[in-house]
Design a protein around this ligand. Structure first.
Ligand SMILES: [Zn+2]
Length: 673
């Protein structure tokens, strides 16, 4: 028996059950076979003599691309999560082969000509929108150029891919360390950190630039010279290796954009974003900086004041005093602990993983009518991975996987990965959260979560909900993976709010031993502590966004990448960047995000505004608002431009008001006039 038979091609019945237990060789073989099958189908479509229609060209093309995406997703998941290194390598090769193959197809003039000839008059608006996006992708790859120009663009695109990977790999691979002469230098750190960093046979303690080593030092280590020395190594961990790689990446991208007729890579990259133009992104950043600069400077002043309690002679803040990383910086952490008395670690008692997970599922049922059920028999890639099926009103929506326990070789951050492309009439979407929340030595049923990880869990689940609710589009190019990139973080940043909301948190957060809920007083202080330092963190994001634009919004010939980083940083942020640091060589977002790091801030501004209808009802679980949110923002995927989705939900364009109120929430009230 064969499966679905689109376009006269027999498709294997196993489409949709791409197994996770393939050996490296099998994975490679299968990836190649998928690419070849898709190649044959695209060739047939490009050469079909019949007049092109939605039915005989667009639909089968979408099914072929969905199949290619699946092979790519499969490769990426295996690369990011498999226990076996050889399989991980094979997974990356498969994903890269899919990318290269697709780059090649995008510049196929025959396929392009046929697609252009499809008569769209009388078609649904969403179909017209999807086909226009397909054609746009091809134009942006260079399909309309002459054959030799096309070949050169393709070669440049592949070279960009290679150099980007090299940049990212260097950051992941290169590591530096400091040696400390005894546990006394670790004063201020939690006892388990000192236990995990016992002196070696030479009596020295080795602290590396890897996050689990680095972040607690920057947040808690009382010895300023340890913070100083480690920060120096951290800022230079990919230097000098990545200095030339970055210059080469900038050169290649500028060339690619110029060959296509764009003024710069930034102009090229931003064309398909909500913001559309570099000038508009700069206006946006200026507006954000204008809103928060004074408050951020005020916060830095408070850090310095606090430092003077330790060092009365101190004249300024150093980077190692105030640089804020994921877990916070040293003096803002001190102030948070002293002023608000919040020890986030105390919250762990109330946050068993299983309760948080089930509480999250209950919330999704209440808000969006989703029924989430474990599928213990579903194949996964590791024994600790759980699979869940999602239905609404008896209709299957898709499947997701939770992979929340760290292990060697696994993706080290937290993210939502596509596992399978959904397409109406063909397949159901599958996604996975790859996160590292739990202690691997504790059984899942007993593991506790850090409150910050709960917020991250909700953030990633916001992506997952988007991927599920919009995951079976009629037209492939309207899928959630095709949403404007500067909108994708809005649903996830919004969903974090539920983890921060005391009323929601208290539905499920409970100490399993005592049955106690988190004390309201602690939640209030947590909220206030969370608001403190927001302006400073925001201004830092403006600085990084400006740097990302500045690198890509110019001719990079002769540009000193280190100097440009410092100059751009200095334009925005009041504390200068040291000339001995080379953070540009470890700024990983310069590959994937390139010119549009501003996306994070842009999405926060949108997310704060999307929250206002809930706030107007004084409830994050108001069923009517939640239903409209799911219908107008999540479920459409990219069936229409994101700005239009927002307009339909809010009844107006989004604006800065909610963001301004939120960022300045932690500020003292202005003096009375
Ligand atoms: Zn995200």
């Amino acid at each position: 028996m064969t499966g679905i038979e689109p376009g006269g091609v027999s498709w294997p019945p196993t489409v949709g059950v791409f197994p996770f237990d393939l050996s490296a060789d099998e994975l490679r073989r299968r990836g190649t076979a998928e690419i070849e099958a898709v190649r044959a189908e695209l060739l047939r479509l490009a050469n079909d003599p019949a007049p092109a229609t939605i039915e005989n060209l667009v639909a089968p093309l979408e099914r072929a691309v969905a199949r290619l995406r699946d092979a790519n997703f499969q490769g990426s998941i295996m690369f990011s999560a498999h226990v076996d290194e050889a399989t991980r390598t094979a997974g990356r090769e498969v994903a890269e082969a899919c990318e290269r193959f697709w780059n090649q197809q995008l510049v196929d003039p025959k396929l392009h000509a046929r697609l252009r000839s499809v008569d769209l008059v009388g078609e649904e608006e969403s179909t017209q929108f999807a086909v226009q996006k397909m054609l746009r992708d091809m134009r942006r790859a260079g399909v309309e150029k002459l054959p030799d120009q096309r070949a050169e663009l393709l070669a440049t695109a592949n070279e960009i891919e290679r150099v980007s990977n090299q940049f990212a790999e260097n950051i992941a691979r290169l590591e530096r360390a400091v040696l400390l002469d005894g546990p006394g230098r670790l004063a201020g750190l939690p006892p388990d950190y000192a236990t995990a960093h016992a002196p070696g046979p030479d009596g020295k303690i080795r602290i590396t630039t890897q996050y689990p080593d680095f972040l607690p030092i920057m947040a808690y280590c009382d010895d300023a010279s340890v913070r100083r020395d480690l920060l120096f190594e951290f800022m230079n961990r990919a230097y000098p290796e990545n200095e030339a790689v970055l210059s080469e990446l900038l050169r290649l991208r500028a060339k690619f954009a110029k060959d296509l007729g764009y003024a710069s890579w930034a102009a090229y990259a931003l064309e398909t974003k909500m913001v559309e133009r570099p000038a508009a992104a700069r206006e946006f950043l200026d507006r954000v900086a204008g809103t928060i600069r004074a408050a951020a400077i005020g916060e830095l002043g408070q850090f310095l004041e606090r430092k003077r309690k330790d060092f009365p002679e101190a004249e300024r803040l150093e980077a190692w005093d105030s640089e804020v990383f994921l877990g916070g910086g040293y003096y803002d952490g001190k102030i948070r602990a002293e002023r608000f008395g919040v020890d986030v670690r105390a919250l762990r008692a109330y946050l068993p993983y299983v309760r948080v997970r089930d509480g999250l599922f209950d919330l999704c049922r209440e808000l969006f009518g989703l029924r989430i059920e474990a599928v213990p028999s579903a194949p996964t890639w590791h024994a600790t991975v759980e699979a869940f099926d999602v239905t609404r009103d008896g209709t299957h929506l898709g499947r997701f996987y939770l992979d929340v326990v760290p292990r060697k070789g696994k993706y080290g951050h937290a993210a939502c990965f596509p596992v399978r492309q959904g397409l109406a009439g063909v397949s159901w979407p599958q996604s996975a959260l790859l996160c590292n929340f739990l202690d691997p030595t504790v059984p899942l049923a007993e593991a506790r979560m850090d409150w910050r990880d709960v917020v991250i869990f909700f953030h990633e689940f916001g992506h997952l909900l988007h991927a599920l609710l919009a995951g079976r589009p009629v037209r492939l190019w309207n899928s959630p993976w095709n949403v404007e990139w500067d909108f994708v973080e809005a649903p996830s940043q919004l969903f974090e709010e539920w983890a921060r909301d005391p009323a929601t948190l208290n539905r499920f957060a409970r100490d399993p031993d005592t049955g106690e809920r988190i004390p309201a007083e602690l939640l209030r202080r947590l909220h206030d502590a969370d608001a403190f330092g927001r302006a400073n963190r925001g201004l830092r994001q403006v600085a990084f966004s400006t740097i990302s634009l500045d690198y890509y919004d110019r001719d990079p010939t002769g540009v000193d990448v280190a100097e440009l980083f410092r100059t751009s940083w200095g334009k925005v942020y009041p504390r200068p960047q040291s000339a001995t640091y080379h953070p540009e060589t470890a700024f990983g977002h310069l590959t994937g995000y390139s010119a549009f790091y501003y996306t994070y801030l842009w999405s926060v501004v949108i997310a704060r505004d999307l929250l206002t209808p809930f706030q107007a009802r004084q409830s994050l679980t108001d069923p009517e608002t939640a239903r409209r949110y799911a219908e107008e923002i999540l479920a459409p995927g990219s069936v229409r431009p994101a700005a239009e989705l927002i307009r339909r939900f809010l009844g107006r364009d989004f604006n800065f008001d909610a963001f301004e109120r939120w960022t300045l929430e932690g500020q003292p009230p202005p003096p009375a006039k």
